[in-house]
Write a protein that binds this ligand. Structure first.
Ligand SMILES: NC(=O)c1ccc[n+]([C@@H]2O[C@H](COP(=O)([O-])OP(=O)(O)OC[C@H]3O[C@@H](n4cnc5c(N)ncnc54)[C@H](O)[C@@H]3O)[C@@H](O)[C@H]2O)c1
Length: 266
């Protein structure tokens, strides 16, 4: 897809990666709307980015809020060509039994339900138009679990799985789906996570954060070329290979000795 003049809707665009994605689309001459639960954050980024970027208040967990955002974007810049489901929250690094049910429900609601609501709202019309693209922000933790980050990891595996599945559903209609798997990137979320760390460690971690606009430029390329996986931090490759090797090694004989086998789709 040539993204010039296309309408791009980015959730959680009031900072960090969402704002970086917005900036990269504006560089290419797209018309961008950023939404955020915190309108002031979205307005500040829209002003910084320029290019007529629209800022809207949005709670991605609410179907009513999605309907309002869709109507506002259509009225002000037109039907959405590219939907970037990027809003997300993290949780403190803690053993899973120390995560409360409220925290679990909240991270699931924003990181997974929010993506479900966005996709299901826009998929029918993208299919009907036979054009469009959805980009869902997972995480490096959507390929590799992280101990003390279990609930967040679960949400990001969910986003990756959901996205690959709907890519299969949308491909016959000429609609693309991409998954963004960021590693450590400068944002309110990542910097907030360092609150309690000693200054020297904070400085060391801060030096390892990628600047969000580079993730944005990778997203734009993936939309232009209809690529499924957007890996911005390739330093995770060895860890991923080690994980996959363990999984491949578990493929032995069927558990039932006389099992005929075969996948349902074969
Ligand atoms: N920064 C990283 O290192 C990193 C790494 C991997 C994945 N991610 C993912 O990238 C995405 C963006 O995160 P970020 O790091 O830029 O953080 P961020 O906190 O800067 O941005 C997320 C934005 O989402 C907004 N938001 C929160 N709840 C919302 C809701 N209910 N509805 C709408 N907006 C809501 C926040 O106000 C915030 O502005 C998230 O999905 C996150 O999980 C980030």
């Amino acid at each position: 897809m040539n993204v010039t003049n296309k309408v791009i809707l980015i959730t959680g665009g009031g900072g960090g990666i969402g704002a970086g994605i917005a900036e990269a689309f504006v560089e290419k001459g797209a018309q961008v709307a950023i939404t955020d639960i915190n309108l002031a954050y979205a307005q500040a980024e829209a002003e910084r980015i320029g290019g007529g970027t629209l800022a809207l208040q949005h709670d991605v967990t609410s179907p009513e809020s999605w309907a309002e955002v869709k109507a506002a974007v259509e009225a002000q810049i037109g039907p959405v060509d590219v939907l970037c489901n990027n809003a997300g929250i993290s949780l403190p690094f803690k053993p899973m039994e120390e995560i409360t049910l409220d925290q679990f429900n909240r991270v699931m609601a924003i990181n997974v339900r929010g993506v479900f609501l966005g996709c299901t709202l826009f998929m029918p019309e993208m299919k009907a138009r036979k054009s469009g693209h959805i980009v869902n922000t997972s995480s490096a933790n959507g390929m590799m679990p992280h101990g003390t980050f279990a609930a967040y990891t679960a949400t990001k595996f969910a986003v990756a799985g959901l996205s690959e599945a709907i890519r299969m559903e949308l491909e016959p209609f000429g609609v693309g789906v991409s998954i963004l798997y960021p590693g450590l990137t400068r944002s309110r979320m990542s910097e907030g996570q360092m609150h309690d760390l000693p200054d020297a460690i904070k400085a060391a971690i801060a030096g390892k954060m990628m600047e969000p606009v580079w993730l944005g430029r990778a997203v734009v390329r993936a939309v232009e070329n209809n690529e499924l996986h957007i890996v911005t931090h390739p330093d995770h490759l060895d860890a991923l290979k080690a994980r996959m090797d363990t999984l491949y090694a578990a493929f032995g004989e069927p558990a039932q000795p006389d099992f005929a086998g075969g996948r349902i789709n074969d």
